[in-house]
Design a protein around this ligand. Structure first.
Ligand code: FES
Length: 124
């Protein structure tokens, strides 16, 4: 049994009406670190597949886009998913978290606290 219902038509319509297509009218971009060795060793490819499948199943392709990424510099938190358009990074993401991430960034845009990680500050 699914933990959550799929994003409803209502929430998809709301996101559309609010123009939540990312910056400059583009789709919200989810980057999954699949090329970095730590995340790839922690099944990030499976996370990527589930994100893509869910987006396709919910017909959200016009709102969300999932892309593979190189190392995002947050290796110890892997698997890492960055919601590029919203400046949010998630760590320790499992297949079970994918729907939460989609739902959250489609409707509310607030980061999911239990997964949210902050990017390391660059050293000068
Ligand atoms: S290996 Fe994924 S963030 Fe570095």
């Amino acid at each position: 049994m699914a933990r959550h219902p799929l994003p409803s038509h209502k929430s998809r319509a709301k996101a559309k009406s609010r123009g939540e297509h990312g910056k400059h009218g583009s789709r919200t971009k989810l980057l999954v670190c699949t090329e970095g060795k730590y995340c790839s060793a922690r099944d990030s490819e499976d996370v990527l597949k589930v994100l893509r499948k869910t987006i396709e199943k919910c017909e959200l392709d016009n709102l969300l886009k999932v892309k593979k990424s190189d190392c995002l510099g947050l290796c110890k938190h892997g698997p890492v998913v960055a919601v590029d358009s919203h400046g949010v990074c998630y760590g320790g993401v499992t297949e079970a978290d994918c729907l939460d991430i989609i739902e959250r960034h489609l409707s509310k845009r607030k980061p999911i606290k239990r997964l949210h990680i902050k990017k390391a500050k660059k050293r000068k």
